[in-house]
Design a protein around this ligand. Structure first.
Ligand code: ADP
Length: 257
């Protein structure tokens, strides 16, 4: 089986494997679009484990993860949620953007994320013990963090933490080439543009250009779209709604590319 491609930054693959062997949960922090999800997908395949991914959002409750009773053909049946399935079947449960979820989610992950490795299912009265093949991985973006949404120390101190950042130039060029099949020149130019956007000072951007957006731009250009149109759609308009800011970004695209 071919592994989902992942271009490492340093020793994160080895670190993850150590965490896995020691049955420790992993927290990955970093901005959006820098390879957190790809890394987890890669590691699950590398370790031969099923992956149960959940994109957390502000309505996500513990019941969405654990499971709930459903009425089917007039009968009430219990249906496991993704976290329960990962515990029962063995595998990695990846909670993406964990801080977005409702607070009751912490209650269910705490006993799974420490030495107990258990999941109490209040509704069914079961207490599941996680098998060795179970691993909990969570990610969050410290950039979005506000006072209410930060991870509580009691939660974060249960995890081994990895920090992901924007790739350096050579690595990001390799990623773009491998992900999109674009040539080295286009990859180099797009990475230069990405870095120019990341260096912008005093511009009101909530998030700067991620590797994901550079991948999109490269795909559009490879597909035959003119460079400016591709960058406008994949980068400029994706990054801001403000007319002044988008005009400034477009100017930057013209200068760099
Ligand atoms: P995140 O989970 O951090 O928001 P993703 O893992 O979804 O980001 O990455 C977005 C895209 O960027 C991926 O689909 C992939 O094309 C590309 N990418 C980013 N980092 C890497 C990397 N290290 N190796 C391979 N592809 C990467």
């Amino acid at each position: 089986m071919t592994l989902p491609a992942y271009e490492p930054a340093s020793d994160e693959v080895e670190l993850f494997e150590h965490a896995w062997r020691n049955r420790l949960p992993v927290l990955i922090k970093g901005p959006t679009g820098v390879g957190k999800t790809r890394f987890v997908t890669h590691m699950a395949a590398r370790l031969g484990l099923p992956l149960f991914s959940v994109a957390c959002h502000d309505d996500l409750t513990a019941a969405d993860l654990v499971g709930r009773h459903l009425v089917q053909n007039g009968q009430t049946v219990w249906q496991d949620g993704p976290l329960t399935r990962a515990v029962r079947e063995g595998g990695i449960c990846y909670l993406d953007e964990i801080v977005e979820a409702r607070k009751d989610v912490t209650v269910v992950i705490h006993p799974l994320a420490d030495h107990r490795r258990t999941l109490p299912l209040e509704r069914t009265g079961e207490l599941l013990a996680a098998p060795p093949e179970f691993m909990l991985v969570v990610s969050y973006n410290p950039g979005y963090q506000n006072f209410l949404k930060g991870l509580k120390p009691s939660t974060r101190q249960r995890f081994v933490a990895l920090r992901f950042g924007f790739p350096d130039e050579a690595r990001e060029i390799r990623i773009l080439q491998r992900e999109t099949g674009c040539d080295a020149l286009l990859a180099r130019r797009l990475v230069a543009l990405g870095n120019a956007i990341r260096r912008l000072d005093g511009v009101d951007l909530e998030e700067v250009a991620s590797t994901r957006l550079l991948v999109y731009a490269a795909l559009l250009i490879r597909g035959g779209l003119p460079v400016l149109a591709a960058c406008r759609a994949a980068l400029v308009e994706a990054l801001s709604d403000d007319a002044e800011v988008t005009a400034g970004l477009e100017e930057l695209v013209r200068t760099v590319l």
